[in-house]
Design a protein around this ligand. Structure first.
Ligand code: ADP
Length: 387
């Protein structure tokens, strides 16, 4: 089956075509690319982006046609806790969730509608970033605020990066030879956006992002956890402060960027290596915050069997992994420095044999996860099984 994986932003469309067998993992990437500057002079809108994509695929796939499309959708709210086969109601439902993800869901809707318009008969599947966290218990997803906040405004912890956390958990369990329902771990997805998830018996139990992806870890440009009265206080005290302005500062001008002057982990690490004190402080803050979460989540899952690093920083930042693990001595974590420093693209163990908790690096592959989920759902649908 040829599956087109689509990740739509408001001005970009990232795509990949994979050939894979439903139910089987792996598969081959036949085409991939990025269409940028949608809304600009060359590519007017998502409909035109789809025309461009169709032309490219015709060349890149040698005339073969795709069998299904899988879309990355950021917010599935409480409605979508598993991937969904797209029908008339699905796109509207995703659009209705836009207030919860005002930057992301409208873009996904544009992508879904553009694919539907271009290939009306093509089965489409949505895979939601929030879905994996649908198993969090109520005492975890609730905020201690008046009921109206939840009932009227949908304010609760949702969590994000679920496709990655889910995928990486499965890979780690298999690598360790532990059946997933018996596997508990802490997964640190550390990219430009970063979150950590407590996985208990194979399912999400808690996660550091919350109502939005702003919560939790110190990220490239996001604050992570912050006393909410910082916001209300600034709105009162600073005549220039506005909700939109603060939103932009907390999401785009904070985190590593605010402390070290750069959002990129490589640049921050290089600056720290040269003796830059602000870069050193930023790394200390980010590592401390993550270590604190790992400690808390070790308790949340009744003892994690593994700590798993993934995404750009998790897979590559040797010094940052060491900084975090060195803080986890109280949990009995012992890193194997050589294994940690070894370069590899595969799944690997970086803890010493005597470590009380296995420490792994597991490359994430959200496209593969979306393609597999899409193929499985479409195969089940065409076999007449309930979708
Ligand atoms: P996104 O969330 O945008 O998908 P990625 O998962 O690609 O981001 O992660 C980007 C981050 O990974 C950046 O901070 C980048 O500096 C960091 N990174 C990538 N390679 C390395 C490396 N070799 N050493 C340290 N950090 C790295």
């Amino acid at each position: 089956m040829l599956v087109l994986v689509v990740n739509c932003g408001s001005s970009s469309l990232k795509y990949q075509v994979r050939e894979l067998e439903p139910g089987a993992e792996g598969g081959t990437v036949l085409a991939s690319g990025l269409i940028e500057n949608i809304g600009g002079a060359a590519v007017r809108d998502h409909t035109q982006a789809l025309e461009l994509l169709a032309q490219r695929l015709e060349d890149e796939l040698d005339g073969r046609t795709i069998d299904a499309a899988g879309h990355r959708v950021v917010h599935g709210g409480e409605r979508f806790s598993v991937p969904a086969l797209v029908d008339d109601g699905t796109i509207d439902a995703i659009e209705e969730l836009s207030p919860l993800a005002p930057l992301h869901n409208p873009a996904a809707v544009l992508g879904l509608r553009a694919v539907l318009q271009k290939w009306p008969e093509l089965p489409q599947v949505c895979v939601f970033d929030t879905a994996f966290h649908g198993t969090m218990p109520e005492h975890v997803w609730r905020y201690a605020v008046p009921e109206e906040f939840y009932e009227r405004w949908g304010i609760r912890r949702y969590g994000f990066h679920g496709t990655s956390h889910d995928w990486v958990t499965g890979q780690a369990a298999r690598f360790l030879g532990i059946p997933r329902p018996e596997f508990s771990c802490v997964v640190a997805h550390l990219g430009n956006g970063a979150s950590v998830t407590a996985v208990r018996h194979g399912s999400s139990y808690d996660t550091s992002m919350g109502y939005t992806p702003l919560a939790g870890l110190v990220m490239g440009t996001r604050t992570g956890d912050l006393d909410p009265s910082v916001v209300t206080s600034l709105l009162r005290r600073d005549p220039a402060a506005t909700p939109e302005g603060l939103d932009a500062v907390l999401n785009k001008e904070s985190g590593l960027k605010a402390i070290a002057g750069d959002h990129d982990m490589r640049a921050v690490q290089e600056a720290a290596d040269r003796g830059d004190e602000r870069a050193e402080l930023a790394l200390a803050m980010a590592a401390y915050r993550l270590a604190k979460y790992v400690g808390g989540y070790h308790v949340a899952v009744d003892g994690a069997q593994a700590l798993v690093f993934t995404a750009g920083i998790g897979e590559n930042a040797v010094a940052f992994r060491k900084r975090v693990c060195d803080r986890l001595g109280a949990l009995g974590v012992v890193l194997d420095d050589d294994a940690n420093a070894a370069r590899s693209r595969g799944i690997r163990r970086i803890s010493a044999p005597e470590s009380a908790i296995e420490v792994l690096v597991v490359p994430t592959d959200e496209e593969q996860a979306i393609a597999s989920a899409t193929a499985a759902l479409v195969a089940a649908g065409s076999a007449g099984a309930p979708s």
